[in-house]
Design a protein around this ligand. Structure first.
Ligand SMILES: CC(C)(COP(=O)(O)OP(=O)(O)OC[C@H]1O[C@@H](n2cnc3c(N)ncnc32)[C@H](O)[C@@H]1OP(=O)(O)O)[C@@H](O)C(=O)NCCC(=O)NCCS
Length: 247
């Protein structure tokens, strides 16, 4: 790189750093639903309606009932008051309630311990400042404060750059289509299925979560095999484990 190019790159980096310094990350407010929806469109351009419910929820100011788990909608606002980034995270409540491996009373507890990043986007003109990382960092801190222990993100192969992005943000990646296995009690493993083309990544928000080798049975007359990718232990907090019972 020549001297002029280096100077241009340094000037650009300075402008971006200054721009990033003027950013406020906060929860989305009623009236901002449509702006958030517009920001999130690039996450799923083929399904422009997919964020309508989220937009309505933000505008209504509705809060998730505690027994349905966690819900967080963050926005990044620049110094001119313009929204330039959004992140939404929610507990995987439907998967947890549909599982028959955990007794009913403990499903809300597990739901509150896990959140999935449903969408993350930065406006094209604001990219390059790692605003997405700032949104992720805030989300992690806020979710952790609410008792969340595990954060999950799924993405499609067409977004292969996200593998590097989320790895840099501290997530661990599973192979394409590989389910995430969550150890509830000794010998009780709850698999979270993944779409065959999707890739799941996860990040522990507490040091109490460990990834451990485990065996699982595939059928009544078949020998146990190692769980691919291992099992996450400690997702259900110890105080819940002590009183929970698998069905
Ligand atoms: C993913 C996204 C949120 C990242 O925004 P950001 O935090 O501002 O990220 P930056 O633009 O600062 O880029 C961070 C790094 O990711 C890389 N990156 C970002 N988008 C990329 C792309 N489409 N292809 C390849 N690399 C990409 C950048 O090159 C950069 O790496 P570098 O620092 O080594 O150069 C933003 O690109 C976006 O909104 N994309 C569309 C929606 C989307 O795909 N969301 C993720 C689905 S959950």
């Amino acid at each position: 790189m020549g001297r002029k190019s280096r100077e241009r790159a340094a000037a650009l980096a300075t402008r971006k750093r200054q721009a990033a310094e003027g950013i406020t990350i906060r929860e989305a407010r009623p009236g901002e639903g449509e702006t958030v929806r517009q920001l999130l469109l690039p996450v799923d351009p083929e399904h422009p309606d997919v964020f309508d419910p989220l937009s309505d929820m933000i505008d209504s100011g509705l809060v998730m009932p505690p027994d349905r788990g966690l819900c967080l909608n963050l926005v990044a606002e620049n110094r001119d008051g313009k929204l330039v980034g959004a992140l939404s995270a929610v507990s995987p409540f439907d998967w947890i309630t549909g599982s028959d491996q955990l007794a009913q009373p403990f499903k809300p507890a597990l739901a509150r311990n896990i959140a999935t990043i449903e969408s993350l986007a930065v406006a094209p003109q604001a990219r390059g400042m790692r605003l997405g990382f700032q949104l992720l960092k805030h989300a992690e801190a806020q979710l952790r404060e609410s008792g969340c222990r595990l954060l999950i993100v799924d993405f499609e192969p067409s977004r292969s750059h996200l593998a590097r992005y989320y790895t840099e943000a501290g997530f661990r990646l599973l192979a394409y289509g590989q389910p995430l296995h969550i150890g509830l009690l000794p010998g009780v493993i709850l698999p979270r299925p993944s779409h065959k083309d999707h890739r799941t990544s996860w990040k522990a928000l507490t040091e109490e979560i460990t990834l451990e080798p485990a065996l699982m049975t595939q059928g009544p007359d078949m020998p146990p095999v190692p769980v691919p990718g291992g099992v996450l232990v400690g997702v259900l907090a110890a105080n819940h484990m002590a009183t929970s019972s698998a069905t």
